[in-house]
Design a binder for this molecule. Structure first.
Ligand code: M6R
Length: 367
C-alpha cells in the first residue's frame, strides 16, 4: 500500500501536489479566478461582526495557525490570536459571543483542541473547524467548517495534512478579505493564480531538489543539534522544520525568529552547528541576509532555502536548496517542502522508523 515508496511519510510528501489540488477543487475557479467557501458563507455575518479571531491547535496544526495569523491580519485586517489548545483550555480566557474560534486539526480528535472548542462554545462563541478527517469529533461539534481534503494520512509526521491546512487557511484569509473589502481585486486575482500554480511548483521542488537534499542530509545527519531561523511568513515554517526534524530524526532542533537569535541562541553557534535559514525573497530579505552573515562570522554551517537566482543568499550558504519564485504570501507553502524532505532523509539516514517514531501517536486523544 506504500505504492513503491519505502515509507508512508515519503509517499505522503510526494502526494502533496495532488492534495493541494484536491483541497482547492470546487473552491478555486482557475479560469474565472474566484473562490467559493461554503463553510465560510455560513458564518459570514458572525465573521463580519467579530472583533477578533482566536485560533486553537496543537503541534504542526498550531504552526499552520501561526501562519494564518500573519495572513489574516495582513489581508483581512482582523485581529487574530493563536493559542496552544492545552494552554487555552486551562487558563481562564476571555471569550465573548462576538469571538470566532477556529480549531485546526488533522485528526479532528485531538483532546486538548476538542475541549478548548467545547469551552468556547459554552461561552457563546462561534466555533469553526479546519479538519482533515471527515465526521471526526471536532467536525461534528463545530458550527461550520472547511475540510482540508488531504486524504488519509498515515505517517505520524504531518506533511500533506499541513500543506492542505495552509491552502485552506490562505483561502480563508482571502475570502474574509473579500467580505471586508480589504483587498484589491488585482492582488486577489494574482494570489488566486499563484495558488492555482502551487501543485506544479511543489512538484518541481520534489523532483529537482531531492538529490541535493539527500546529500545535505547525509552530510549533517550526525549533528547534535540544529537551529532553524526564519522571519515574517517564514517564521512559522522555521518552527515546523524544527519540529519535523525532532520527531523523526531524534536530533534536537529549535526554531526561532531569525532576529531573536541575538537574544540568546547565538551563544550556541560554532562550527558544529547547522543553521537552517528560510530566506526566500520577501520584504525582510535584506534583514535575513544580514542574520546569515552573523552566523557565518561565527563559523556556523549555513543551510539555506532560497528563491531561484538569489545569488547573494546562494553565495553565503554552505548548502542551499532553491524553490521557485512566487508571491511572498505564498512562498512559505513552498518553503516547507525541502524541510520535510530534509527531515525524512536525516531520519532514514539514521535508521529510524520515520512512520512510527518512538513515543509518538498519530492522534493524541489523551491530554
Ligand atoms: O490531529 P491534529 O492536527 O490535531 O494533531 C496535532 C498534533 O498532534 C500534530 O500536528 C503533531 O504535532 C504531528 N505529529 C506533527 O507532525
Amino acid at each position: 500500500e506504500k505504492g513503491g515508496y519505502d515509507h508512508f511519510m515519503i509517499k505522503e510528501i510526494y502526494e502533496q501536489p495532488q492534495a493541494i489540488t484536491d483541497s482547492l477543487r470546487g473552491r478555486l475557479d482557475p479560469i474565472e479566478l474566484t473562490l467559493r467557501l461554503s463553510g465560510l458563507e455560513k458564518i459570514k455575518d458572525k465573521l463580519l461582526q467579530a472583533r477578533r479571531i482566536i485560533i486553537v491547535a496543537c503541534g504542526t496544526s498550531w504552526h499552520a495557525g501561526l501562519l494564518a495569523e500573519y495572513w489574516i491580519e495582513e489581508l483581512a485586517r482582523v485581529n487574530v490570536e493563536v493559542e496552544y489548545a492545552s494552554e487555552f483550555r486551562y487558563r481562564n480566557p476571555i471569550i465573548t459571543p462576538e469571538d470566532v474560534i477556529i480549531a485546526i486539526s488533522q485528526s479532528g480528535e485531538t483532546a486538548d483542541t476538542l475541549v478548548a472548542l467545547e469551552k468556547a462554545k459554552a461561552q457563546g462563541a462561534t466555533i469553526f473547524g479546519i479538519v482533515n478527517v471527515v465526521g471526526s469529533s471536532i467536525a461534528r461539534i463545530t458550527d461550520a467548517g472547511i475540510y482540508t481534503h488531504a486524504g488519509h494520512e498515515i505517517g505520524v509526521a504531518s506533511t500533506k495534512a499541513f500543506i492542505t491546512q495552509l491552502t485552506v487557511l490562505l483561502s480563508f484569509a482571502l475570502k474574509l478579505a473579500e467580505y471586508r473589502n480589504t483587498i484589491s481585486p488585482e492582488l486577489q486575482k494574482q494570489l488566486f493564480k499563484e495558488m492555482n500554480d502551487l501543485p506544479s511548483k511543489v512538484e518541481s521542488i520534489l523532483t529537482e531538489s531531492k538529490d541535493s537534499i539527500k546529500q545535505i542530509a547525509e552530510k549533517y545527519k550526525n549533528a547534535g543539534s540544529f537551529l532553524y531561523l526564519g522571519r515574517g511568513y517564514n517564521f512559522p515554517i522555521a518552527l515546523e522544520g524544527a519540529l519535523k526534524l525532532k520527531e523523526i530524526s531524534y536530533i534536537h532542533a529549535e526554531g526561532y525568529p531569525a532576529a531573536e537569535m541575538k537574544h540568546g541562541p547565538i551563544a550556541l553557534v560554532d562550527e558544529n552547528l547547522p543553521v537552517v535559514f528560510i530566506a526566500t525573497k520577501d520584504r525582510v530579505h535584506e534583514k535575513i541576509i544580514s542574520n546569515m552573515q552573523e552566523i557565518k562570522a561565527r563559523r556556523g554551517k549555513l543551510i539555506a532555502v532560497v528563491s531561484q537566482n538569489d545569488q547573494l543568499a546562494l553565495g553565503l550558504a554552505d548548502d542551499s536548496i532553491t524553490i521557485p519564485e512566487t508571491h511572498e504570501l505564498i512562498s512559505p507553502i513552498l518553503a516547507v517542502i525541502p524541510l520535510q524532505l530534509l527531515s525524512y532523509y536525516v531520519g532514514t539516514g539514521r535508521g529510524i522508523d520515520v512512520d512510527k517514531p518512538r513515543n509518538l501517536a498519530k492522534s493524541v486523544t489523551v491530554e
